[in-house]
Ligand binder design. Structure first.
Ligand SMILES: [Ca+2]
Ligand SMILES: [Ca+2]
Length: 229
């Protein structure tokens, strides 16, 4: 079963070639929509020992213990335009938490990984929701509260960031994002993935790796990719 999924994932990722273009993390006209955040995480110029980086990540995980705290944290860090470059998609990458935490900035998928790390010790499943237009995607952290769905998200567009848990279905939540896309575009396909399942498929632990997770991100295709009604 696992092997079949892996083959299918490889075919699909190659065939569709999505996620090299990270849309929900941005738009075709970012200059008009940039938002300025005040970073709270100091960027380090000098390389630090890896053990210290792990300490920093775990220290944040210890103090970020709720949805609201995670949302506030994402508002305090900058958007990573460099790793989500709409003009040069081949240069894009997705840093794992141990790397992005040092940058003080994150794009949508990097933010999902960070939030999943921060809230894991608070009982939240590491759920990634990836949604797609025809050629672009957006990643958000999915959570459920009192039976309703909400999200924790980072984007270059404020309208594509976090949502309160007020949606009765995942598709209603996705619609709340589509409503803010330009030119009548819609997110018409999506998949919900547990990051641990993706780790198993890729053989990479998203928590501990220092590798670029851009290809890992594409694995999200395999999990229940479906059409929005
Ligand atoms: Ca925590
Ligand atoms: Ca990055």
């Amino acid at each position: 079963m696992l092997r079949n999924l892996q083959k299918w994932a490889q075919r699909t990722a190659l065939g569709i070639g999505l996620m090299s273009s990270i849309y929900g993390c941005g738009s075709n006209n970012p200059k008009n929509n940039q938002i300025t955040y005040v970073p709270v995480v100091e960027a380090h110029v000098e390389e630090e020992p890896k053990e210290k980086k792990v300490d920093k990540l775990d220290q944040l995980a210890a103090i970020i213990n709720s949805v609201d705290e995670a949302k506030a944290y994402l508002l305090s860090v900058g958007y990573d335009f460099e790793d989500s470059n709409l003009d040069d998609e081949k240069s894009n990458k997705s840093d794992p938490p141990r790397v992005s935490i040092e940058d003080g900035k994150a794009h949508c998928f990097e933010a999902v990984l960070q939030v999943a790390y921060f809230l894991e010790d608070d009982g939240f499943e590491p759920l990634l929701l990836t949604m797609y237009t025809k050629d672009k995607g957006h990643s958000i952290f999915l959570y459920k509260e009192n039976g309703l769905y909400g999200s924790i998200a980072k984007s270059r567009l404020k309208t594509l960031e976090s949502r309160e848990a007020v949606f009765e279905s995942v598709e209603d939540l996705i619609d709340s994002y589509s409503d803010f896309l330009p030119n009548g575009e819609r997110f018409y396909r999506y998949g919900v993935s547990n990051l641990d399942d993706l780790s198993e498929l890729r053989g990479i632990d998203w928590r501990t790796t220092y590798q670029d997770l851009h290809e890992f991100n594409k694995t999200a295709f395999i999990n229940n990719l479906r059409s929005v009604r």
